[in-house]
Every structure is written in structure tokens, then in C-alpha cells.
Design a protein around this ligand. Structure first.
Ligand code: KG4
Ligand code: ZN
Length: 338
């Protein structure tokens, strides 16, 4: 089954064609990152307009690269939630029109389910059940993937997402948007023991997380150094910050592995590209003899292929939509009736 998959929830317009949920025939991306960099973050109105300009040509390009005609497409999938609402609407509207014009099923996909499904593309042998640490710009959670479309949230951030904090700290340090990748690079040159930053343990659920205290403490440290004219060791501060994020995430993953008995853990989302987090997860899960699944960097960030992968399983579960499909800025990853 060839699925044409559309992703436009943030600042990448992406169209992919994925066969049977596992084989990427093509994965086209038109990134707007350079444009938003000028403003230090995504400007929603600009994002929507750029999606609108790019999406049709990108879909044509995807067909051409895959060497397929429209007749060879069996269904159209789209990220319908969550994301910048104007941006998601562009993809949903395009997908509805394409499905209607080609008379094919329309499959709505939750963006975070898509991130998890990036692992199915990287690891053909991976099948649920498994645990997944989701760390993106907007979400941070530990999910039990019981089946392809049946999930349970063990814990989640109670405030900021990890990626949001990477971006905020990166911005204040003068790094180009999005700050995560630059901060990762700087951290590799630093000495994390030079700065002490807090790791919060919020609430009563041991799997819940909090990053806003860490973010504020890091920003305060930067501003204080500026005010008193103290030279900041940026690399070491980045190392200490990244260590604190990892020390929030990884022990919770370890606890989840121990308590659930699973021996398979996947990582998903843009922050899953972080070298320190990848290293720490590998080491900690390895000590428990758990298998770790980490998509290559290209599949960690937003892309269309991950939406096409998850769409296949949503389709098999009967999750198709009609022309009344709407877009949502926020929506739980848990299976809503569509
Ligand atoms: O999953 P994603 O592409 O978009 C959302 O769904 O939010 O994640 C983007 C986030 C950004 O916050 C970006 O700074 C972060 O992923 N990111 C990283 C790294 N590469 C991307 N954060 C830490 N280390 C990295 N190497
Ligand atoms: Zn994403």
C-alpha cells in the first residue's frame, strides 16, 4: 500500500511516499528554518504562508522522485494535530483535496505518533510492545506503545518540553534557531562539572518531569554573569545544561524498563538527535540488557516519512477520516475515536 504523507505542523513542509508502513520510496522536505532564524523562532503566519507556497510542488516532486503516478497512490495521510494551527490547516486542507481528487482514503495522523513510528522505518524488525521516550520541541513524555495504535502515557513534562528549553537557552546564548543542535555541539567541548544546575522531581508520579526550573536557573546564571561582567564558559554551561536534561530523562526511562519489564526502548522526536542523551540511554538501557532503538538524525526531526509509517497502522486499525476532518493545535496522543 503506497501512502502519500503530508506533514506541515511546524516549520518544515514535508511530503513522503511510504510503502506498507516500512519502506520509504521518497521523503521530500522544504525547510523554512533559515527564514525563521532571522526572528529567533518560528513566526506562525510566515510558516503557514510558506507551507501554502511549497506544498503542491513538493507533492509533485515526491511522485516524480518515487517514479509513481497519482494512480499508484492508495491513500493520503496527514498530520492533523498537534502543531501551529495555521500550519497544520494547510497540510490538512491539501490532503483533503488530494484524497478527494484521487478518490482515496484520508488518514489523519497524530504528529507524536509519527515521531514514534520513525523507529519502524529505521528498524524493520521493531514491533510493539515497547517503551518510547518522546522528546521534541513541544512534547516530552514516556509512552508505553502497547500496539501500533494503542498507547499509554507513563509520565510527561508538567511544564516546558525539553526541546523548548534547548531552544530558549540557545537563543539567549546567541546560537542560531533552533538552538538544540548548536548547543549539543558546544556541550561536547565543555566540562559539565563547572556549573551546577537543578534537576526537578515534580509531583507524585515518578515518571513526570519538569524543565522550567532548569531553564530559569540556566537563564539566571547567564544574565547574572552578564550583569557582573563575569566571563561565561559557554561550552561548559551547555554541557551542564545537557547533563541536567539527560539526568531528568534517563533515570525515568530506566525505572520504566525495570517496572514494566520491557526490554525494548525507542527514542523519538527532534531532541532524540542529542548526542549526550543518545549516549546515556544506550549505556543505561544496555546495563539492563535492553535493546535501544534510535532513529538516524534525519528521521528524528520532522519529516513526512514518519507520518506515512504511522498512517499505515492507523489505516489497518480503521482510523480513516472523511471530508469533515479538522486540524487541532493540541490533542492527546491517546487514541481518540475519529
Ligand atoms: O521533533 P521536532 O523536529 O519538532 C517538534 O515536533 O517539536 O523537534 C525540534 C526540537 C527543537 O527544539 C530542536 O532544538 C531540537 O529538537 N533538537 C535538538 C537537537 N537537534 C534538534 N535538541 C538537542 N540536541 C540536538 N542535537
Ligand atoms: Zn515534531
Amino acid at each position: 500500500m503506497n501512502i502519500l504523507a503530508i506533514e506541515s505542523s511546524c516549520d518544515e513542509t514535508a511530503v513522503a511516499i511510504v510503502r506498507d508502513g516500512r519502506e520509504v520510496l521518497t521523503d521530500c522536505i522544504a525547510s523554512q528554518v533559515a527564514l525563521h532564524r532571522e526572528y529567533g523562532g518560528v513566526v506562525p503566519e510566515i510558516a503557514s504562508r510558506k507551507h501554502m507556497e511549497a506544498i503542491y510542488a513538493l507533492a509533485d516532486q515526491a511522485l516524480e522522485e518515487a517514479g509513481l503516478t497519482r494512480q499508484a497512490i492508495d491513500a493520503v495521510a496527514v498530520t492533523y494535530a498537534p502543531g501551529l494551527i495555521g500550519a497544520v490547516l494547510v497540510g490538512v486542507n491539501f490532503a483533503k483535496a488530494a484524497a478527494l481528487a484521487m478518490n482515496k482514503p484520508l488518514i489523519p495522523v497524530h504528529h507524536i505518533r509519527g515521531h514514534i513510528a520513525a523507529n519502524y522505518l529505521a528498524y524493520p524488525e521493531l514491533e510493539p510492545p515497547f517503551l518510547c521516550l518522546v522528546v521534541s520541541g513541544g512534547h516530552t513524555m514516556i509512552v508505553e506503545v502497547k500496539d501500533y495504535t494503542d498507547m499509554r502515557i507513563l509520565g510527561t513534562t508538567l511544564d516546558d518540553a525539553a526541546g523548548e528549553c534547548f531552544d530558549k537557552v540557545g537563543r539567549v546564548l546567541g546560537m542560531p534557531y533552533p538552538g538544540g543542535a548548536a548547543l549539543d555541539k558546544a556541550a561536547q567541548q565543555g566540562d559539565e562539572s563547572k556549573y551546577h544546575l537543578p534537576c526537578a522531581k515534580p509531583g507524585t508520579n515518578p515518571y513526570d518531569m519538569s524543565f522550567s526550573g532548569l531553564k530559569t536557573a540556566t537563564l539566571n546564571l547567564i544574565h547574572h554573569a552578564e550583569q557582573v561582567g563575569e566571563a561565561l564558559d559557554v561550552n561548559s554551561l551547555c554541557a551542564a545544561f545537557t547533563a541536567a536534561v539527560s539526568e531528568t530523562l534517563v533515570p525515568r526511562v530506566v525505572r520504566a524498563l525495570k517496572e514494566t519489564g520491557y526490554r525494548k526502548v525507542a527514542v523519538a522526536g527532534g531532541v532524540a538527535a542529542n548526542s549526550r542523551i543518545r549516549h546515556d540511554i544506550l549505556e543505561a538501557a544496555g546495563a539492563l540488557e535492553a535493546q535501544v532503538y534510535m532513529p538516524p538524525l534525519k528521521l528524528c526531526g520532522d519529516n513526512g516519512a514518519m507520518i506515512g509509517a504511522q498512517a499505515y497502522y492507523e489505516y489497518l486499525a480503521g482510523h480513516v477520516a472523511d471530508m469533515s476532518l479538522n486540524a487541532y493545535a493540541t490533542k492527546s496522543i491517546l487514541g481518540e475515536a475519529l
